[in-house]
Design a protein around this ligand. Structure first.
Ligand code: SF4
Ligand code: SF4
Length: 347
């Protein structure tokens, strides 16, 4: 079987049997500028291709963030944690990774190494976001979250490394997904000030596959502080996780918290911080038909358009994704249309 046919079969498997929403392939040369320790061959010697895929976060799970912050129904925030973050999506990716690697090894006879998704201590070294970018699934937003044109930042990513040579996809080449010089939604909706205002000079820039992309140097300590603070505010059982006096989300004095984390290193990893306790940057970003999905439907009542200077770039993205979002309709489809849908999602 030729490389093209093998690639297509694998991608079909990812989208159907493994139940993912999007898939893309990156060739190993796209990682030439990866820092030491973060290159796919640092983990899998002889790696030739990276299969990157994502599962979208259900709108109903994102809804829990709106109910928490807009209606103060704090008890429901765990629904986002369970079905939008550490629970459902990560376990779906975990099993997806397992099935996909088994399938690739059986089909090609090459090694396929699954990567972990979510909070698996000591087993996460490569960046899912950067692999997804390299595989053409989307671009980074100013909030530093990887975005797809269809769902904005509301996706979770997984990846399988393989020594099989597969046909790479082009990098994402649709309309630019984020223009932080025109949109300040994530900065304004971040309750802790962790996302800085757009400033071209302070942006972080990466170059992958010859394409440069910038995103903010987010202050993770402020984000952690916010999330621990919210955790305590909303859930008394979490009150002894971090002492209350150092978790004021609005403080600029991070020294006490940094000192605490140095003493308690288990809490010093992003995956051990309950970041699902906030998630506003993911919930309110306008990319991915936000207005149609959440504002027009009444799920959110926050008029984020006040933070957007010019919506022309959003209109172009919505126009570009109009077709793609229709893929998730439940209407019965003929075989021919199903095949066309799979092609549009990356197969
Ligand atoms: S909220 Fe606006 S500025 Fe922030 S990532 Fe999304 S599109 Fe970019
Ligand atoms: S999760 Fe919340 S605190 Fe952290 S960066 Fe996003 S909006 Fe800010």
């Amino acid at each position: 079987m030729g490389v093209s046919m093998i690639t297509r079969q694998i991608k079909n498997f990812v989208l159907t049997e493994a139940g993912m929403d999007k898939v893309g392939i990156a060739s190993i040369d796209r990682f030439n500028q990866s820092p030491k320790g973060m290159h796919p061959t640092d983990y899998l010697p002889g790696c030739k291709s990276v299969i990157s895929f994502c599962i979208r976060v259900p709108d109903g799970a994102v809804n829990a963030i709106y109910r928490t912050f807009e209606d103060k129904i704090y008890d429901v925030h765990g629904i986002y944690g369970a079905y939008g973050y550490v629970g459902g999506p990560n376990y779906h990716l975990l099993w997806g990774n397992y099935k996909i690697s088994q399938y690739v090894e059986r089909l090609t006879g090459c090694t396929a190494a699954p990567q972990t998704a979510g909070p698996t201590h000591g087993a996460k070294m490569l960046s899912m976001r950067h692999m997804a970018f390299a595989a053409g699934l989307g671009e980074f937003g100013w909030h530093s979250i990887m975005m797809t044109p269809e769902f904005g930042p509301r996706n979770r990513f997984g990846a399988v490394l393989t020594t099989a040579e597969l046909e790479p996809d082009p990098l994402y080449n649709g309309p630019k997904l984020c223009d932080p010089s025109k949109c300040r939604v994530c900065e304004k909706m971040c309750p802790s000030g962790a996302i800085p205002p757009y400033n071209a000079e302070q942006a972080r820039t990466i170059c992958t596959g010859g394409k440069e992309i910038s995103y903010s140097g987010i202050n993770w300590n402020k984000c952690k502080l916010m999330c621990h603070g919210v955790y305590q505010e909303y859930n008394d059982s979490g009150s002894d996780l971090v002492p209350r006096e150092i978790t004021d989300p609005l403080t600029d004095d991070l020294d006490p918290m940094n000192a605490y984390f140095r003493k308690h290193p288990m809490n010093n990893f992003p995956q051990h911080v309950p970041t699902w306790k906030c998630g506003n940057c993911l919930a309110y970003c306008p990319v991915g038909n936000w207005k149609q999905r959440f504002y027009d439907t009444g799920l959110s009542s926050v008029d984020t358009s006040q933070f957007i200077e010019d919506t022309e770039w959003l209109r172009r993205i919505d126009e570009y994704t109009g077709r793609a979002t229709a893929i998730h309709s439940d209407a019965p489809e003929e075989e021919e249309k199903k095949d066309k849908d799979l092609t549009e999602r990356g197969a």
